[in-house]
Every structure is written in structure tokens, then in C-alpha cells.
Design a protein around this ligand. Structure first.
Ligand SMILES: N[C@@H](CCC(=O)N[C@@H](CS)C(=O)NCC(=O)O)C(=O)O
Length: 210
């Protein structure tokens, strides 16, 4: 199995895929694109992903986009990073969808408000709303992480990767100070993993350039 991943290393959605590949010890080549690297508005990229977003995964002639679809593909392909059994797998899907629809919109929304705008230019009303949504998302995660090490099953898996990529920037922005205890312990476990330190704790100042 050899994969090509399209997307800049500073993208949290790309990090989900490269983190999974690294945990799986699978070889891949990554091509910088999107953000300051551009290339997503070319006809060639449209052929890869008509939604013009990264990540995109290629394996031979096969092309796949949407980071969580890629995580599921890699997990099914290898039989790893997901728990055993239909019920447990359904719960992994549940947490992936929760990250896509609830946790990520609030955390990424906060990131762009803080990162892109000086304090006086921020939309304070929107930021307040996003902070409330983020606190709500952490409270939901605590219902699981308050009494379990990982979001699904007994082991680290794809649901932890999807949600875990969002934690580093929140920490950088000072948003992890008063998170629930179980979420904080889970984040410490993630941060112990070499792949998290190499891939997620990645500088993102290049995003200022576009
Ligand atoms: N739902 C998509 C979202 C992909 C997405 O929005 N990717 C961002 C990077 S994190 C992107 O391509 N933005 C355009 C750009 O960076 O130029 C996924 O999970 O793959």
C-alpha cells in the first residue's frame, strides 16, 4: 500500500490522514497544496476533488476526499484504528460525525477569528457563540472521556485522531485551561504519542500568508 496525500501539512484535516498513516506505519508521499500553496483551483485538482478541498488521498487509480471518509477507508483497509464489532464501530462513526458537525465547527471557527483578526476586529458576538458551542462539545466528550481512555473501544482509534487534531491550536490559543478533567487526560494521552507531536504540533504561521 502506497498513498499520495494532497494537502498542506498545516491543515488539520490533512493532519487527520497523515497522523493515521503514521500510526499505521504506512508509506505515503504528501504534495503541498491549498492555502498559500494554491493549486486547488486548477482543472487537474478539480479532477481529483470537485469540492476543491484538501485532503485528497490517492492509491493507484483510486481517489478519495473528505478526511473522515479517508479515515474510515484506512481503518477498514487495515482492520486497525477502529474497534471490533458492529456496535463499537457504529460508535466510532458517531464520534467522527460529532467531530465533523459539532466539535470542529466551533473549534475551527474560534481559530480563524483569533488567528486572522486583531482583537479589535473580531466579531465578539460570534466568538461568544462559538465559545459556548465549544464548551458544549467538550461537555459531550466528557460523558465518554470522564470514564474511558479513548472515544471508542479500549484503544486509541480514528475517532481520537479526528477530534485530537483540533486540540493543539485550542491549547495554543489558551482554550484548554478549564476543560473537563476527562477531556484533559485524553488530550495528555494524545500528546504523549510521537505522531501527534510530529504532525499535529505543527507550525501554522504559513496561514498568515494567504
Ligand atoms: N470536510 C472536508 C473539509 C476539507 C477542508 O475544508 N479543507 C481545508 C483545509 S483544512 C481546505 O482545503 N481549505 C482550502 C485551502 O486551504 O485552500 C474534510 O474533512 O476533508
Amino acid at each position: 500500500m502506497t498513498f499520495t496525500i494532497w494537502g498542506r501539512a498545516s491543515s488539520t484535516n490533512v493532519q487527520k490522514v497523515t497522523w493515521a498513516l503514521t500510526e499505521l506505519d504506512l508509506p505515503y508521499e504528501r504534495i503541498d497544496c491549498a492555502g498559500p500553496y494554491g493549486k486547488t483551483d486548477t482543472p487537474e485538482f478539480f479532477e481529483l476533488n470537485p469540492n476543491r478541498r484538501v485532503p485528497v488521498l490517492q492509491e493507484g487509480d483510486f481517489t478519495l476526499w473528505e478526511s473522515h471518509a479517508i479515515l474510515r477507508f484506512l481503518a477498514r483497509r487495515t482492520g486497525r484504528l477502529m474497534p471490533e464489532g458492529e456496535y463499537a464501530r457504529a460508535l466510532a462513526d458517531q464520534w467522527l460525525d460529532f467531530t465533523a458537525t459539532t466539535f470542529q465547527p466551533s473549534s475551527t471557527g474560534i481559530f480563524w477569528q483569533i488567528f486572522r483578526y486583531p482583537e479589535e476586529a473580531r466579531d465578539t458576538g460570534r466568538l461568544k457563540e462559538l465559545r459556548g458551542a465549544l464548551a458544549g462539545a467538550f461537555a459531550v466528550m466528557e460523558t465518554r472521556l470522564g470514564s474511558h481512555d479513548w472515544l471508542t473501544g479500549d484503544d486509541f482509534g480514528m475517532a481520537d485522531i479526528a477530534a485530537g487534531t483540533l486540540m493543539y491550536r485550542l491549547g495554543d490559543m489558551g482554550y484548554l485551561g478549564d476543560i473537563p478533567d476527562g477531556v484533559a487526560r485524553w488530550h495528555a494521552r494524545l500528546a504523549d504519542r510521537p505522531a501527534y507531536r510530529a504532525i499535529v504540533e505543527y507550525p501554522y504561521d504559513e496561514l498568515l500568508a494567504y
